[in-house]
Structure formats: C-alpha cells, structure tokens
Write a protein that binds this ligand. Sequence first.
Ligand SMILES: Cc1ncc(COP(=O)(O)O)c(C=O)c1O
Length: 278
Amino acid sequence: MTALSSLETPVLLLDEAQMRRNIARMQSHMDKLGVTLRPHAKTSKCIEVVEQQIAAGARGITVSTLKEAEEFFAGGIDDILYAVAIVPAKLDHALALIRKGCKLRVITESIEGARAISDHGHKHGHVYEVLIEIDTDGHRSGIKPADPLLIDVAAALGDGARLVGVMTHAGGSYACRTAEERESFAEQERSRCVAAAETLRKAGFACPTVSVGSTPTALAAKNLEGVTEVRAGVYIFFDLVIAGIGSCSRDEIAISVLGTVIGHQREAGWIITDTGWM
Ligand SMILES: Cc1ncc(COP(=O)(O)O)c(C=O)c1O
C-alpha cells in the first residue's frame, strides 16, 4: 500500500470498500421498499462506479447534463433520465442520442417546454417519452400537485411526445436535522408526487412512472406506496453535509481529498494548502 505522505497532492482518495457498503445500504433499502433505484450519476461521473451500482441491482441512471448522458451511453448504459427541464436548443442533441439507441427520457415543467418537445418530435418523426416535474417542497422547480397547470402541461404534449410519468426531487430535505424530520420529508415527497400522478390519471393521462428522490429522503423513507423508482446520488460516497443531516455517519464517507500544508501565516493563524481556495 502506498504511504499517503508519498502521494503527489491534491489527490482524491476513494475508499472502495466503503463505497460498496454504501451501494449495498441504499440498494437493500430500496429492495425492501419494493422500488427501482435509478442512481444519479452526476455524483461520480464515473462509469466504473455506475457499473457497480447496476451490478448491485440499480436499473438505469439519472443525469444532469446531456454530456453525462453521452458519456454514460458510450460506456454501455442505455436507460437514462435527463432530470433537468430540457430546453429547445438541446433537443437535437437529445434526439441524436435516442437515434443511436439510448432510451433517454426528458422532463418538463411548462406548457412552452411541453410544446417545444412535442413539436420537435413531430418534426423529426419521433415520440419523446416525457415526465412532468412536480414541486413537492417549494425548494426548486416543478409544478405543485394541485396546480391546474399540471393538466395543461400534460395536454400540451402533442403527437411528438408521450407522458410517461411524474418526477420530483425534494432538495429541501437538506435542511432536515432529525430522523423524524427526514422521515416526514420523505413521506411528503412520496405523497405529493403520488397525488400529482393520481390527478393526471383521473384526467385521463397514463402516468406509469412515479420517480422521487434525494439521498436524505430515500434513506429515511419507510413506505413508498405509489412510487415506482427512486433517484439518489450522493449516497454513493456520502459527505459531511449528509453526515450533518444525520443520514450517514462520518465513518461512512467513502471519499476525501488529500492535500498538503504548503504555508503557515503564524500571526494570522492560517495555514495554506495545495487543495485550492474556498
Ligand atoms: C433531479 C434530481 N434527482 C435526484 C438527485 C439526487 O439527490 P441526492 O444528491 O441528494 O442523492 C438530485 C440531486 O441534486 C437531483 O437534482
């Protein structure tokens, strides 16, 4: 084994055995709750890591850029959810990936977005598979489950697109500090996303996929009735933020950066390292 002091820093240190335990922890929790795990691959951006998640039972991946989709597709992953609302200028890129054989699903949260996707599909003889983003915590984006806009967006998908489900990311769970808060946030994420799916179904739209997830809510969930898949990303390595929330212990963090102290301003009480400025 290489002595840490002999490494040229800054250098990323990955505890692979711990990473495998993190993969197993999330996968077994999802298996117990009876849902598919579709890990967010933006965390690792690494095909070897994603292959281990898939070998452990994950089905498909989530990405946050089309570049990630392209790289992972080239690495052999062909079931991908691009989980950021797609804009018109990216549709040619998305369609090129789909035409190469990638089962790429896209999301939207607006009438304009829905029309743009559908018009593009119509023009190029393709039917996009689309999920509508739901806002379950007022934290970032999406449509509130009870907002009539939900039905309008579904209706705006014309013959170049097909609604395949709803998705949400309860990023507000990062403000949770107790097990009770995490569990109730997970239930809020589940129930509100399922309610949106029910509303769409009652209005006559098929909505087979109900996709939720963040690492804190995924690990805290006790019941995922009505949910079909969970997306979680950071659990693969964990970090100090997740340890602060209480979703993991510090010992479960599988990744760190090793740096070297390269200077010392004694009077100021500072050290200078080669790991970059924060
Ligand atoms: C849309 C979406 N889904 C899932 C996740 C995964 O959440 P986490 O990193 O907490 O596991 C993220 C993370 O930002 C996200 O943006």
